[in-house]
Design a protein around this ligand. Structure first.
Ligand SMILES: [Ca+2]
Ligand SMILES: [Ca+2]
Ligand SMILES: [Ca+2]
Ligand SMILES: [Ca+2]
Length: 311
C-alpha cells in the first residue's frame, strides 16, 4: 500500500504559470487595443530589465565543446504596480515583448561585448510580465570547441538583441561574483559524474502515514551526461544500498540529461511502510540502472537518517 507521488515542482509551476499567462494574453488581445511602447506614452510605460542573480552551477570545470549550466534570475524593475485597481491587473500582464539573454566568457574581469566569447545559444525569453521577477533557475550554454583552456569570468547581457526599449539600458549586464570562474580544460576522455547535492526530508515519520523527501541530482563531472537515467528512493535498515531495501517509488524518477553543473530537483511523497520502525535510512540512488558511465560511481547513494514511530 505505497502511494507514490513524484513531481518536479518547478516545472509544474512554470507550466501553470504559462497557462495563466496564455489566458491573460487572450484577455489582453480581446479587451485592449493599447500596446505599451507603441502609443507614444511616457517612459513610465517602459520596462527596465535587469539581472537579480547570475552564478555558476554546481560545477565549473568543463571540457571544450561541452554544455555547462549557469543559474540566473532577472526581473522587470518597473511595472510593480502599487495599489492600482486589482481588476486592471490582468490587462497589465505579458506586456513585454520577447527578448534574448546572451552569456559570454571573458579572459579578464571586464565585459567587452565585441571581444568576449559568446556561449551559444542565446536564451530566448518568450514572455515576461511587467514587474515580474523570475525564480533562480538553470540555463545551459556551450563552451566553444576552440576556446583555449583557462579560467574565464562570465557575463550575461539581458536584451542582447536590443528588442526592448527600457527606461534604463545601462543596467543590463550581469556577472559571476568576483573569484567565480568557468575553468575550460582540453576536450578529452572526461566523464560526467552524477551526485546528490542537497536533500530535505521529514526526519521523524509514522508508520502508515504520508511523509516527504526531496533531493537534487547534479552533474559535477566535466562533460554533459548525454542521456537520461533512473533514480530510486528506498527505505533501508542501514546506510548500505542492497537487495533487501524497500523500494518506496515503484516507477523511479527519470533524471534528464544534465549539463555540467546543472541540477534537477525531485519531490517525493510516500507512505511509511509498517515493516520499519526506529532508526532507519532513506536512500536515494542516482543512476540506479547503471545507464551512465561516470568518473565516480561510488557517490551515487544519498543517505537520509530518520526515525519511524509506531502509531
Ligand atoms: Ca535595463
Ligand atoms: Ca533594451
Ligand atoms: Ca557519481
Ligand atoms: Ca553510473
Amino acid at each position: 500500500m505505497i502511494q507514490v507521488l513524484v513531481e518536479e515542482k518547478t516545472m509544474s509551476g512554470l507550466r501553470l504559470f504559462g497557462i495563466v499567462l496564455f489566458s491573460a494574453l487572450l484577455l489582453a488581445a480581446g479587451c485592449s487595443s493599447d500596446s505599451p511602447g507603441t502609443g507614444g506614452g511616457g517612459t513610465d510605460e517602459l520596462p527596465d530589465l535587469e539581472f537579480t542573480a547570475l552564478s555558476a552551477g554546481f560545477a565549473t570545470t568543463v571540457e571544450q565543446g561541452q554544455y555547462i549550466a549557469v543559474r540566473r534570475s532577472f526581473r522587470d524593475a518597473n511595472g510593480s504596480g502599487g495599489g492600482d485597481d486589482m481588476l486592471a491587473a490582468p490587462l497589465m500582464l505579458a506586456d513585454i515583448e520577447p527578448f534574448e539573454i546572451s552569456y559570454y566568457l571573458s579572459a579578464d574581469a571586464t565585459f567587452e561585448p565585441g571581444t568576449d566569447v559568446l556561449m551559444p545559444p542565446a536564451e530566448e525569453i518568450t514572455w515576461m510580465i511587467s514587474g515580474y521577477e523570475t525564480p533562480l533557475s538553470y540555463f545551459s550554454v556551450t563552451i566553444p570547441s576552440g576556446m583555449p583552456a583557462g579560467s574565464y569570468s562570465v557575463f550575461g547581457m539581458i536584451d542582447s538583441g536590443e528588442d526592448i526599449d527600457e527606461t534604463d539600458e545601462s543596467n543590463n549586464t550581469g556577472a559571476f561574483s568576483p573569484g567565480q570562474y568557468i575553468v575550460v580544460v582540453e576536450a578529452g576522455s572526461g566523464l560526467p559524474d552524477l551526485y546528490v547535492a542537497t536533500s530535505g526530508y521529514q526526519s521523524v515519520v509514522t508508520q502508515g502515514q504520508q511523509a516527504t523527501a526531496d533531493v537534487e541530482v547534479v552533474n559535477v563531472g566535466v562533460v554533459y551526461s548525454g542521456t537520461g537515467c533512473t533514480g530510486r528512493l528506498y527505505m533501508s535498515d542501514d546506510n548500505q544500498y542492497d537487495a533487501g531495501d524497500y523500494l518506496l517509488v515503484a516507477s523511479g524518477s527519470t533524471i534528464k540529461p544534465l549539463a555540467v553543473g546543472e541540477g534537477q530537483r525531485f519531490y517525493f511523497t510516500y507512505i511509511v511502510p509498517d515493516t520499519y520502525s526506529g532508526e532507519v535510512n532513506l536512500l536515494f540512488v542516482v543512476d540506479a540502472d547503471h545507464e551512465i558511465v561516470e568518473s565516480d560511481e561510488n557517490d551515487n547513494v544519498c543517505q537520509m537518517m530518520l526515525t519511524v514511530n509506531v502509531p
